[in-house]
Design a protein around this ligand. Structure first.
Ligand code: FAD
Length: 451
């Protein structure tokens, strides 16, 4: 017979771990966390590469230095997480063309300004007419430099076009996590506060049986009385409630089936939310051949194909002497390189680098290509709501269905897409559930007093 607990949390990323912690702090300790992977952290994930620790998923603490303190920044400070300030604004002065020439700063600044103005105009058009397609604009970006800037603006820096709550509330600075323990150290620290952990100083193993790894949830049967959860390995768990923290990409697939099925308003909202695929490709070299020093951390390659190995970063600020470059691809380009061999990706990246820095640069000695799109426990990197978000859409994505509560970065109206969005959503959802449990208990005791 399956044992029954109060709450099952599906997923041990930042939102799931935070939700379980808040429940436990509020006296709900018979919680079970079922995680599909063999580790906690989800989209916060480090890996050893080229002698240092790199972040395959979230890399920055975005939104620091403002009126309010970013709670993730607070967690990082408490854990002495090593970080370094990133300043993207210089990137626009390091735009290379295919023959390795850097665009003069005047040309780059003008193109930048034009692109910002056109993006603002597009947003206004979209606001007044939601069916407006950006491709309808006659003055859309065309030259390689315009395409590169358009890519940077839309896939990275919309803050220059429209106020973004993360920057408005928490400040405009961004810190790159550069710590051997990884960004995920924050999650381990949090887990240690309520789950039983072995006694090693820093990275104690979580031994608590309330966390179960390698448990792929495949079915949720829910009724007025409770929820039955079935996993791929044939285990069955029962609970009064479930908190489902899997990504919007996973919700859009058939990995988890619901019985009875989710209502139409819910499935429609889930399928209407866009997903961003964001891929950081890491390349290791025997020595540096790119410029370092102030204002040189980020550089841009202008190519006739939008988003083709456009955005580059060297890791000398984070790890001096590491000789690592990172190039970021998104969406279609991410899916394309996920489907090809890493050697092919390395060849393409090398050709781009040789265009920028000359033919005598050394070959990369190693490459790391994360595959967020093809990972069936992620199916993308983060939710991507339109800038003028329809509040009903987020409300529907977040709303509970009977005894199933939803959490995760995609349920955060203000901070979707970010680690702090995941963290704050975990708090919100668990508080909503605690309130629901309180009401249920109240009803029960009323009924008992009638008897
Ligand atoms: P997740 O971390 O996805 O947690 C959900 C968990 O559910 C996962 O552990 C998953 O394995 C598990 N799961 C899935 N399916 C099942 C199942 N069927 N059964 C059981 N478990 C299941 N944010 C920033 O703030 N700054 C950044 O610089 C940044 N960069 C990013 C770069 C990349 C490449 C990516 C991928 C993300 C980035 N983000 C960034 C976003 C940030 O990582 C996420 O918003 C946040 O980590 C999401 O946390 P979550 O708890 O909502 O989801």
């Amino acid at each position: 017979n399956p044992t029954r607990c109060s709450v099952i949390v599906v997923g041990a990323g930042i939102s799931g771990i935070t939700a379980a912690k808040v429940l436990s702090e509020n006296g709900v300790e018979d919680v079970l966390i079922l995680e599909a992977a063999d580790r906690i952290g989800g989209r916060i994930r480090k890996e050893e590469f080229g002698g240092v620790t790199v972040e395959l998923g979230a890399g920055w603490i975005a939104g620091v230095g403002g009126k309010q303190s970013n709670p993730v920044w607070e967690l990082a400070r408490q854990s002495n997480l090593r970080t370094c300030l990133s300043d993207y604004t210089h990137a626009r002065y390091n735009i290379y063309d295919h023959s390795g020439k850097i665009f003069p700063s005047g040309v780059a600044a003008d193109s930048y300004q034009k692109a910002v103005e056109s993006a603002i105009q597009n947003l206004r058009n979209q606001k007044s007419n939601p069916d407006f397609a950006v491709s309808e604009t006659p003055s859309g970006p065309k030259s390689p430099i315009e395409l590169a800037i358009d890519f940077i603006l839309h896939d990275f820096e919309m803050a220059e076009v429209e106020p973004i709550p993360t920057y408005v509330d928490f400040g405009e600075r961004e810190f790159l996590v550069a710590d051997e323990r990884g960004y995920e150290h924050l999650l381990h620290k949090m887990a240690q506060t309520f789950l039983f952990t072995s006694e090693e100083e820093e990275e104690g193993q979580i031994l608590d049986t309330r966390l179960k790894l390698n448990k792929v949830v495949r079915e949720l049967q829910h009724s007025r009385n409770g929820v039955v959860v079935k996993t791929e390995d044939g285990c069955v768990y029962e609970a009064n409630y479930v908190i489902l923290s899997v990504s919007i990409g996973v919700l859009q697939t058939r990995l988890i089936s619901f019985s009875p099925p989710l209502p139409r308003w819910k499935t429609e909202a889930i399928s209407n939310c866009d997903i961003m695929v964001y891929t950081k490709v890491f390349l290791k070299f025997p020595h540096k051949f790119w410029p370092c020093g102030p204002g040189k951390e980020f550089f841009i390659y202008a190519h006739e194909r939008r988003g083709y190995y456009t955005f580059w970063q060297h890791m000398e600020n984070a790890y001096p002497g590491s000789n690592i470059l990172v190039v970021t691809l998104t969406n279609g380009e991410s899916k394309r390189i996920e489907a090809q061999s890493d050697q092919e990706t390395m060849n393409e990246a090398m050709e781009v680098l040789r265009n920028m820095f000359g033919s005598d640069i050394p070959d990369a000695t190693d490459i790391l290509v994360p595959r967020w799109w093809n990972n069936r426990f992620q199916r993308g990197s983060y939710s991507n709501y339109p800038i003028y978000v329809n509040h009903q859409l987020v409300d529907d994505i977040k709303a509970s269905v009977g005894r199933i509560f939803f959490t995760g970065e995609h349920t955060s109206e203000k901070f979707s897409g970010y680690v702090h969005g995941g963290y704050l959503s975990g708090i919100d959802t668990s508080k909503a559930l605690l309130e629901e449990m309180r009401k249920e208990n109240e009803k029960k005791s009323e009924n008992q007093s009638y008897i």
